[in-house]
Ligand binder design. Structure first.
Ligand SMILES: *Cc1c(COP(=O)(O)O)cnc(C)c1O
Length: 423
């Protein structure tokens, strides 16, 4: 595979950006080698600066559920842009996207648009604290919620711990407000509630944890969280930045039929533009400024170009059978790959999300169950796939996404390439 142009571009990028990138995982550190610089995308395919073509399963890390450069999204964006790109005043398009979402989602009554998933979660946490008048939050090891201070925290050793910061620059005092426990562990959560009675503002979870492998939880566990939160006057916050509009229009809440108190969205909601959102009941959302005393604002929030991309994309998602077709296609891929029986190679999947793991385990439900040493197999697999025109997110901890644009031919080709790579 030719990659001189990507190498040149990366050398130049390293002069401008830390590690040559504007978001760390793009630097290929966990798989080694040089990142490919993307020139263009169409449907399920991307082309790099050297002219190589790839079947793409990264999909910009999830947002592109229709594939790249979808005509409906592009047309909507082009039309909106003719009238200006930002006003800092309300526009009709915000109403349209909000109505589209709320009238097709029984879990939220009001919504606020922001510009990223991180911002959505950071604001939702503030809302939970403001609404309950409590400071502490409980999160799970192995769930990612963006890079705001109180969430860059990893578990210490022990059943219930305050976390250790997982980034320099996060004050110890912030971390004192974040309790971290293992996923799939009822005892740890019960213990935390016993220890910090009436102090926990919210429990935050990715109901489908998909940022550190795919750590599928049992429905009973999510129901347990729902019940213990209700009992303790604690809000249940579903971070659906990945799962929202991905496993169904109502996300994981709809998939499991469990009602969270606050939900956050990102990724798919913006049709490939920077949009995030948080939503809840009218009563909870009444705490948000200017109705309430929880302050949150944004110069580019509800940006009209981004709103029109979101409207175009989510309108497609509402077509009959959209999610069934996507799940069926994913099943074909997963079945095809699962027939390759080497090196304890396994696939875990839900809806159109899949994760490749090298493990002897039948289930992986906690971060601790992932064998860090097995990542060497992923590294080797990744480069074989790349050489043969299949692009995955460049880390064994990342999931893959099947999008509407993947054809049967793409899926079959991918299975063939995997078979060769595994040999
Ligand atoms: C991607 C993601 C975020 C962060 O969103 P950004 O847009 O990258 O800031 C937060 N939570 C979850 C569950 C995510 O998948």
């Amino acid at each position: 595979m030719k990659n001189e142009k990507s190498i040149q571009l990366f050398e130049k990028a390293k002069k401008f950006f830390p590690g040559g990138v504007n978001s760390p995982v793009r630097a290929f550190r966990s798989v080694g080698g040089t990142p490919i610089f993307i020139e263009k995308g169409k449907g399920a395919h991307v082309w790099d600066a050297d002219g190589n073509e790839f079947i793409d399963y990264c999909g910009s890390w999830g947002p592109l559920i229709l594939g790249h450069a979808n005509d409906k999204v592009l047309n909507a964006v082009a039309k909106t842009m003719q009238n200006g790109t930002s006003f800092g005043a309300p526009t009709r398009l915000e109403n349209e996207l909000a109505e589209l979402i709320i009238s097709n989602n029984k879990y939220i009554e009001k919504i606020r648009f922001v510009s990223s998933g991180t911002e959505a979660v950071m604001s939702a946490i503030r809302l939970a604290r403001g609404y309950t008048g409590r400071n502490k939050i409980l999160k799970f090891e192995g769930c990612y919620h963006g890079h705001s201070d109180s969430l860059l925290v990893k578990a210490g050793s022990g059943l219930v711990t305050f976390g250790n910061t997982s980034s320099a620059g996060v004050p110890e005092s912030f971390v004192q407000e974040t309790i971290v426990v293992s996923l799939n562990n009822t005892k740890a959560v019960e213990e935390a509630f016993a220890q910090f009675m009436n102090q926990i503002a919210c429990v935050i979870i990715e109901p489908i944890p998909a940022n550190n492998g795919l750590l599928l939880q049992d429905k009973e566990y999510l129901q347990f969280l729902r019940d213990i939160c209700t009992k303790n006057g604690t809000l249940l916050l579903f971070d659906e930045v990945i799962s929202g509009f991905r496993v169904g229009f109502e996300g994981a809440a709809g998939y499991y039929d469990i009602k969270p108190d606050i939900v956050t969205y990102g990724k798919i909601i913006g049709g490939g533009f920077p949009v995030g959102a948080y939503g809840a009941s009218k009563e909870i959302m009444a705490s948000i400024s200017p109705d309430g005393n929880v302050y949150q604002a944004g110069t580019l929030s509800g940006n009209p170009v981004a709103m029109s991309a979101g409207i175009a994309q989510l309108t497609e998602c509402l077509k009959p059978n959209f999610y069934n077709d996507l799940a069926e296609k994913t099943e074909t891929l997963v079945k095809g790959l699962s027939e390759i029986k080497t090196n304890d190679f396994k696939l875990f999947s839900v809806g159109s999300i899949f994760w490749i793991a090298f493990t002897k385990r039948e289930k992986i439900q906690t971060a601790e169950d992932i064998d860090a040493d097995s990542m060497k197999y992923f590294k080797s697999l990744f480069h074989h796939l790349l050489e043969n025109g299949v692009y995955l997110g460049p880390s064994g901890y990342e999931v893959g996404f099947v999008n509407e644009a993947h054809t049967d031919a793409d899926i079959q080709r991918t299975i063939e390439v995997f078979k060769l790579a595994m040999k």
